[in-house]
Design a protein around this ligand. Structure first.
Ligand code: PAF
Length: 288
């Protein structure tokens, strides 16, 4: 795997690959790689000739009181992991190269960020869409892949691609989970031993919410109440949100329309560690 640090070099590389008629696949990450990231690399490399992994802890998507400074940076370990799979290039630019001073033009998708994580992380998704747009322009991928743990992010990026006619196909990959069901995340390493044990309740609560939906419960408040009680009972967990949303608009639902797809998404804090998880469920058509 070849490592590229400068944006100019990366642009030149992408041009050379494109001009030789080969397909470029992009896996944008912030590093602290885990099996979820490796699955993204595997999945995209099956579809393209050249796979480019990026590692960039993007400052513009972190709020002032968030974990930008302590976000895990472990480049050497990441390089070893990436070399164990099929990544051809690693692009890991410096902040000063990606944002060389002055005012920054931003890419802001409207509407979709005003829900779920966007409510407690103002500006986060503008930081994400801006840096992803920059990565698309620098690396000119034919295909880019994102994990479904960050489902809102994936939905917003797809919208940006449609709205701005980016010539890239967006793939998403289902959440990769630990053996007990906890969604893999670079932030899991912040959890204390006790919180790590309790964190599995997030996935368990999503599963029983799905079961409640499948057995006919249509009132979101009833399900949300049960999930909240389960997650917070005997733990230090603080709920940020538990939301039942239309997966196209991300609008919050209070009644679940029969036959529709619903995104059940949650964000929960254990101390200063904020975890997210989600699953999609199809509401059954019951006769009343
Ligand atoms: O999902 C992430 O790791 C980041 O939000 C991304 C897409 C790499 C942009 O910084």
């Amino acid at each position: 795997m070849e490592i590229i640090k400068s944006t100019a070099e990366a642009q030149h590389l992408a041009d050379t690959i494109r001009n030789s008629g080969r397909l470029i696949g992009l896996v944008p990450t912030m590093g602290a790689l885990h099996k979820g990231h490796l699955a993204l690399i595997d999945a995209v490399s099956e579809q393209v000739d050249v796979t480019i992994l990026t590692i960039f802890v993007n400052p513009t998507q972190f709020g002032p009181n968030e974990d930008f400074n302590r976000y895990p940076r472990q480049l050497e370990a990441d390089i070893q992991l990436a070399e164990s799979v099929d990544a051809d290039y690693l692009f890991c630019p410096e902040v000063s190269d990606m944002y060389p001073g002055g005012e920054l033009t931003q890419v802001q998708v409207s509407g979709l960020p005003d829900h779920l994580c966007g409510l407690s992380r103002p500006g986060h998704f503008t930081g994400v869409t801006t840096v992803v747009a920059k990565l698309f322009n620098i690396l000119k991928p034919h295909v880019a892949i994102f994990g479904e743990k960050d489902m809102q992010q994936a939905i917003i990026i797809k919208k940006m691609v449609r709205d701005l006619n980016f010539d890239v196909r967006i793939l998403t990959l289902p959440i990769v989970r630990e053996a007990d069901g906890l969604a893999m995340s670079s932030r899991n390493q912040y959890l204390s031993h006790e919180d790590r044990i309790q964190a599995v309740k997030l996935f368990q609560s999503l599963n029983f919410a799905k079961e409640m939906v499948l057995t006919g419960e249509k009132h979101v408040e009833v399900i949300r109440e049960a999930m909240t009680r389960f997650i917070t009972g005997g733990t230090s967990a603080v709920i940020d949100y538990v939301s039942f949303a239309d997966p196209d608009t991300l609008d919050d639902l209070s009644e679940l329309p029969a036959g529709s797809q619903v995104l059940i998404a949650l964000a929960v804090k254990f101390g200063s560690t904020r975890l997210i998880d989600n699953l999609m469920v199809k509401v059954p058509q019951f006769q009343d």
